[in-house]
Design a protein. Structure first.
Length: 69
């Protein structure tokens, strides 16, 4: 899965819980493990909206809007 963040935040890390995965946490692309993973978005210095988009081959992309205060 690949992550992108626009707006008042930035992508920081992703983790899938697989102890054998060698992909760095800071990579914006991470394979899912048992169909799951976690992405971390850091708030910027100003309030606004951060838009997290997740994409993966063969799946519909999804967008999450995060309010930053």
């Amino acid at each position: 899965m690949t992550f992108a963040v626009e707006g008042a935040g930035r992508f920081r890390a992703a983790a899938n819980g697989d102890a054998t995965c060698l992909v760095p946490f800071q990579s914006a692309t991470m394979p899912a493990f048992s169909g799951q993973l976690t992405a971390i978005v850091q708030a910027g210095d100003k309030p606004g909206v951060a838009v997290l988009t997740a994409t993966a081959p063969g799946l519909q992309s999804e967008t999450l809007i995060i309010k930053i205060q």
